[in-house]
Design a binder for this molecule. Structure first.
Ligand SMILES: Cc1cc2nc3c(=O)[nH]c(=O)nc-3n(C[C@H](O)[C@H](O)[C@H](O)COP(=O)(O)O)c2cc1C
Length: 186
């Protein structure tokens, strides 16, 4: 029998979940006194020369409006062993903190950061990139931000490639329950 005949139909509204597990990155941005932060699975490198990334952000998010105005953002790689940051991924992605309308979302969840070229960078991140938005285009209910990478830094565990001696990537399995068990590592 053909494999196709044994596969059940997936509702298209959850087709994106076929991509799981994914490594979520923390996206941070600042405009005036507002600090945005959210986990994002939909981020990928799209050019090596010049180095560029694409990031898809829902039009309804506060991060979208802040990145649209600042035109700068950071992406931060999180180590699974940083339990506080692991929790922050869930909190920052849940929408509950956004509803509280705290001007500084990172401070609201107790995540330490520093400003680098005016862009918030997570203090305990395993690696980060600073990005400058070149283009924004609407695709369905998300905006795609195409950005140039201005600077990239990684921990000692990154020597041209990740060695995975200390860095344990976070894997997001997806869930509609806001539970820490949504995350795994390998
Ligand atoms: C692990 C994880 C990955 C996510 N990836 C994305 C993503 O790539 N794009 C997106 O628009 N939302 C994504 N979300 C949802 C946003 O993080 C969520 O809507 C968040 O509350 C937005 O916060 P804000 O309104 O303060 O910007 C993700 C959530 C989680 C938990």
């Amino acid at each position: 029998m053909k494999k196709e005949n044994t596969l059940s139909k997936v509702n298209l509204s959850i087709a994106y979940r076929l991509f799981y597990p994914q490594v979520p990155l923390l996206v941070c941005a600042k405009f005036e006194d507002k600090i945005a932060a959210m986990p994002a699975n939909s981020c990928m490198p799209i050019s090596t020369d010049p180095p560029m990334v694409a990031l898809s952000i829902s039009c309804n998010t506060r991060t979208n409006s802040i990145v649209s105005r600042s035109r700068r953002f950071s992406i931060n790689w999180i180590n699974y062993d940083e339990k506080k940051l692991q929790r922050a991924i869930i909190e920052l992605g849940s929408g509950l903190i956004s509803k509280k309308r705290a001007p500084d979302k990172l401070r609201a969840v107790g995540v330490e950061y520093r400003l680098r070229e005016g862009i918030p960078v997570v203090e305990e991140s395993e690696a980060f990139e600073l990005c400058k938005v070149e283009r924004k285009s609407r695709h369905g209910d998300h905006d795609l931000f195409v950005a140039t990478v201005l600077e990239a830094r990684g921990s000692f565990d990154f020597e041209k490639y990740w060695k995975f001696r200390s860095y344990k990537p976070v894997l997001y399995l997806g869930s509609n329950r806001k539970k820490i068990e949504q995350l795994r590592s390998f």
